[in-house]
Write a protein that binds this ligand. Structure first.
Ligand SMILES: [Zn+2]
Length: 249
């Protein structure tokens, strides 16, 4: 095989594409031809350099910076808005989580606080009926009951006589609710006794009237003019609501 013929086969030889007769012919020629041997060595070196990646090169940092600068110059809002929105969304999620946690915890705390208070109110009502100790001062005269609280409480509770409307004021007593002494006013409707608990409200928000039932008793709760009112009785809801409406007038 001539040198020219051999050189035309060297690429195929290095890539292992020749049949055994072709490979043998190339190898026989190379033993006598330094030029072809050198070509084969160069081709093998090139192939392995491509394979192991030593011919790849990393773009210099300066080029990278220049490209980024060019992109920013063309789209000035790109980086800052992406940055802004990424952080805004992270912040929004965090705020949402905090807000939800706060709402759930305060709701829970508030509702458990209120449940305890309602239980206390029911107990107070029941106790006042059981111990035959509904009143400390017995009078249907609000001008007697109101001054009786003077000096016993740091506020003056509403003592409305509703005898004419069918709710007879029978007196008042001191009770202890919501971690403080409170006024309890006792009304009677036929054979039903009604306790009205009054104390200054620590809640700024004006609440809607609440109506609930516990252990067979009806309770109506509202706040008015900075005072908290709890009305409780075994009287039916309709008549108890009427009592609440008259007291609020
Ligand atoms: Zn040759």
């Amino acid at each position: 095989m001539t040198c020219k013929e051999t050189k035309s086969l060297l690429n195929a030889y290095v890539d292992g594409e020749l049949d055994s007769a072709g490979s043998l012919a190339v190898e026989t020629h190379m033993r006598a031809c330094a030029s072809c041997l050198t070509d084969v060595e160069n081709l093998r070196g090139l192939a392995s350099a491509i394979e192991n990646g030593s011919l790849r090169f990393k773009a210099p940092a300066r080029l990278k910076r220049n490209v980024q600068a060019a992109i920013r110059a063309a789209h000035p809002e790109t980086r800052s808005s992406v940055f802004y929105w990424r952080w805004a969304s992270v912040l929004a999620s965090a705020v949402l989580v905090i807000a939800l946690t706060w709402i759930v915890t305060t709701r829970w705390a508030r509702s458990s606080e209120e449940t305890l208070l309602v239980n206390d109110i029911v107990s107070s009502h029941v106790r006042s009926m059981m111990a035959n100790h509904a009143t400390d001062v017995s009078s249907s005269d609000s001008h007697t009951v109101k001054p009786w609280f003077g000096g016993k409480l740091d506020y003056s509770p509403l003592t409305k006589d509703l005898t004419e409307q069918g709710f007879r004021l029978i007196g008042g007593r001191l009770d202890y609710l919501d971690n403080r002494p409170v006024a309890a006013l006792v009304y009677q409707r036929r054979l039903h006794f009604i306790n009205l608990f009054v104390w200054p409200s620590n809640k700024a928000a004006i609440k809607e009237q609440q109506q609930l039932a516990r252990q067979g008793y009806n309770l109506i709760h509202w706040t008015q003019s900075g005072m908290t009112y709890w009305l409780i009785s075994d009287l039916n809801v309709a008549e108890l609501s009427e009592c609440a409406r008259l007291l609020k007038e």
